[in-house]
Design a binder for this molecule. Structure first.
Ligand code: GDP
Ligand code: MG
Length: 438
């Protein structure tokens, strides 16, 4: 689909006058991409209808960029779906809030609880974790381990089997200790959670301030029903989408918002405590559409590359062609960042067929493999890939102990990345902004 989409968008760029057919082709292709990204069928259909209403081709005044208008309309429509129409519930620092996490088993609740606590702790809150999952063996140990690592106080029991009792005791204890953010982890069976929530409400007279629904980004089309089931059991007020570092593009988030009428507040980007990002609708939608997330990518670069290297790198990027040497540095940064795919998936124009194929480990291995090959490339060649010819490729293959095909694969990848970068740089220069889209 990614390839088709590129083709279609290219086709649209080339067409001076956009007719009905190009428009429909474009819509059809984007529809396919959205379905593949797990956006619910009904939402996609509604969006299609809306787009057709919004973009009345005949009424777009001459001289306006029709392609741009269509793209923007689709983009806006998706952003709108992600906006439940009310702001995220805001907690107040210094005033005790109780936040309960719900979601299916394995969705990432326990991991996300710690991330959420850690995030707030860094911002000066006094969080605490309560393990009210008495169902899964080892649940308390897992939370304890996470909490200890993050130096966050925790409460739980190995012997008590009543989750409500633990929750009550834990919340009381941490209220006494003046914690302002008490996070209650649960087991993830929504029928039981309904009872837990009911009882907690009775006991605390509604002191659960916020229920967060945690959703695995890879659950696909099941997202809507699942979110709705939880919403029926408990008063879900916010959504966190986890495992966005994997294959899934997280289109299920749109379903979760639609079903719970609550905003997405964070996304999980890995197993580690700091792999947690505040949800930002524009880059999320860009990624959903396979358009890349330029600003997210830049933020990552800022995080890892030393300042002087960044400037140099950006200077080179904006001035000259994207050379193999730049790609090498890029890969180096990516490996330093730990998770190659996280960054690569954000690169505008790059999608599954290329770097994002395979597991995180496979992708990292690929980066490393390419770097080994590039180690056998002369500086001259790194700066000027046009020098590459058959005999040089042979020499590089021999020098790096790789097959000729590995070298040509690497060069192929380079070509695609190079095109993506240059396209983005051009777009950036024209707009003078940071985002490739907005
Ligand atoms: P729970 O059953 O809902 O409490 O889920 P857990 O927190 O135990 O998580 C289940 C698995 O998903 C664990 O192996 C976590 O490390 C993993 N996990 C959670 N969040 C993320 C994420 O954002 N990215 C990745 N890659 N793994 C995650
Ligand atoms: Mg758990």
């Amino acid at each position: 689909a990614g390839h088709n989409k590129r083709k279609i968008i290219q086709q649209m760029s080339n067409a001076t006058i956009i007719d009905e057919k190009v428009f429909n082709d474009c819509l059809k292709d984007i529809t396919r991409a959205l379905l593949q990204a797990d956006v619910q069928f009904m939402l996609v259909r509604d969006m299609q209808t809306n787009i057709k209403k919004i973009v009345n081709l005949d009424h777009i005044a001459a001289g306006h960029n029709k392609r741009k208008i269509i793209q923007q309309a689709i983009f806006n429509e998706l952003c709108k779906i992600l906006d439940p129409g009310k702001p995220a519930f805001s907690l107040k620092k210094g005033k005790t809030s109780v936040v309960m996490f719900v979601g299916l088993q394995g969705s990432g609740k326990t991991t996300t609880c710690t991330k959420y606590a850690y995030y707030h702790q860094k911002k000066g809150w006094k969080p605490a974790l309560v393990c009210a999952d008495t169902f899964r063996a080892g649940a308390f140990d897992q939370l304890k381990q996470n909490a200890t690592k993050a130096k966050i106080p925790f409460y739980g029991s190995y012997t008590e089997s009543d989750p409500v009792r633990i929750a009550v005791e834990g919340v009381e204890r941490f209220k006494e200790e003046n914690c302002d953010l008490i996070i209650v982890d649960t087991s993830g069976r929504h029928k039981q959670e309904a009872a837990l929530f009911e009882e907690m409400r009775q006991v605390f007279e509604a002191t659960v301030d916020l229920v967060i629904f945690v959703m695995d980004s890879s659950i696909g089309q099941a997202a809507f029903d699942q979110a709705q089931a939880f919403k029926h059991s408990v008063a879900v007020g916010a959504v966190i989408v986890t495992k966005m570092d994997g294959h899934a593009k997280g289109g299920g988030a749109l379903s979760a918002v639609a079903a719970t009428k609550s905003p997405v507040i964070f996304i999980g980007m890995g197993e580690h405590m700091n792999e947690f990002e505040v949800f930002d609708v524009k880059p999320f939608v860009s990624r959903l559409l396979g358009m890349g997330d330029w600003s997210g990518f830049m933020d990552k670069i800022h995080e890892v590359a030393p300042m002087e290297q960044q400037t140099e790198l950006l200077q080179k990027l904006s001035e000259g062609p994207f050379t193999l040497g730049i790609m090498y540095k890029q890969f180096q940064n990516i490996l330093q960042m730990g998770s190659a795919d996280q960054v690569i998936s954000m690169l505008p124009g790059v999608d599954q067929e290329l770097m994002c194929q395979g597991s995180v480990k496979e992708r990292q291995a690929k980066c490393k493999r390419y770097m080994t090959i590039m180690d056998s490339i002369t500086n001259e060649e790194l700066d000027n890939p046009k020098l590459m010819n058959e005999s040089r490729i042979m020499r590089i293959a021999t020098g790096s102990g790789r097959q000729v095909k590995d070298v040509t694969d690497m060069l192929e990848e380079y070509k695609i990345l190079s095109k993506a970068w240059e396209g983005t740089m051009k777009g950036l220069k024209k707009k003078g902004g940071r985002s490739a889209l907005s």
